[in-house]
Design a protein around this ligand. Sequence first.
Ligand code: 6GU
Length: 243
Amino acid sequence: MNFHVLTLFPEMIEQGLNTSIIGRALEKELLTLQTVNIRDFAENKHNRVDDYPYGGGAGMVMAPGPVYRAFQHVKDQIISKKPRVIYLTPQGQVFNQNLAEEFAKEEDLVFLCGHYEGIDERALELIVTDNVSLGDYVLTGGELAAMVVIDAISRLVPGVLNNDTSAEFESFQDNLLEYPQYTRPEEFMGKKVPEVLLSGHHAKIDAWRREQSIIRTVNQRPDLLEKAVLNKKEKKFLEEYRN
Ligand code: 6GU
């Protein structure tokens, strides 16, 4: 997977992603990350990339030229045909695991990060294929959102997680939240690890974890439960838990 990020703050992206699991995956070249500073594509003396909005109003707008040229620069280096270009904006489709899985199939992904009051609409019309939001709140720029999306996609790329089953078993894969985890010591501040986890009885442990997932989902994300697939026994457990 090759990530390309068009931004006014490339160091923010680079520093944010060169740590821990994603940092290691970049070192191993399972992922590549190219940041392109939009300011390098300004063509005026002071490298200005923003200007006043036509029609008036507060704030500044990123001019179309530098954004368009920064994109062409990236596109010229990509072998694979037309890359998907993801613009991070609160006006986009809300990001979720399904979208992460869809993006993870691509060879190259281009991210466009805006600042100020946004980007000239014509540049967006010319280059953007996907508008993506993290949710209903407003960030100062698209960089943090791009990093969130890149992180979620990266962990789906084969080899990025050291353990090849953990990505598929985690939250949202089956629309249930994760069960609670425990490690040593067996007792901490008077609180014991649930007995079943010490039993070595794998079928019982699996059943208990499934029940815990169901309990958490009922209590914290009842909206998810509608999409969860439960077997007969689990449905009965849910019924009884609710009563
Ligand atoms: Cl993707 N960008 C910005 N600027 N704000 C956001 C967002 C994205 N998602 C939620 N708020």
